[in-house]
Design a protein around this ligand. Structure first.
Ligand SMILES: [Cu+2]
Length: 175
């Protein structure tokens, strides 16, 4: 009798754990994929910022299942004074960042990546440091597909370390 009870309990515990793991896994997957019109947004993420940092970055992958080119034209976040769409380039060995005129193009049936070292979202005037595990809400606006709110999943400060650091006071950022 006791044996059966223990076995039943163990079984129940294992089941609860399995369910919790499944729930967590599916929640994570949902949180990292968004869709608006024919635009898919995958795994939006950011990095933890050092104390006193005034900027944070946002990265994500875009896909376009439609038949027309679309553009990521602007973004906004309640966590920052403004969000700019940036491109990083290296000219004569000097890292430069500039706003992307006309937005980031996502060709029909194609993809565009915002990733360290290239296109990125620049959250300017962040209200508090981003901490690992935070979810930072950002509204993305596309020329054709319209607007959608996504969440940047904040990784560690050195996550997928890019060629430059958005966190420190950076003369290249004086724009
Ligand atoms: Cu930037």
């Amino acid at each position: 009798m006791i044996r059966i009870t223990l076995a039943a309990r163990r079984g129940a515990t294992a089941l609860v754990l399995a369910c919790a793991t499944l729930a967590a896994a599916s929640m994570t997957a949902e949180a990292h994929e968004f869709k608006v019109g024919s635009i898919g947004i995958e795994h939006p993420w950011s990095r933890a910022t050092p104390p006193g940092a005034r900027t944070g970055a946002g990265y994500l992958a875009l896909s376009n299942s439609g038949t027309e080119t679309d553009r990521l034209v602007s973004a906004a976040s309640p966590m920052a004074e403004k969000v700019e769409v940036h491109e990083m380039t290296i000219v004569d060995g000097v890292m430069n960042m500039s706003q992307v005129a006309g937005g980031i193009e996502i060709p029909a049936g194609g993809e565009a990546a915002l990733a360290p070292g290239g296109f990125h979202l620049m959250l300017v005037g962040i209200k508090e440091p981003f901490k690992q595990g935070d979810m930072v809400p950002v509204t993305l606006t596309f020329e054709k597909a319209g607007s959608v709110e996504v969440e940047l999943d904040v990784g560690s400060m050195g996550a997928k370390e890019p060629a430059h650091d958005h966190g420190t006071a950076d003369p290249a950022h004086a724009h």
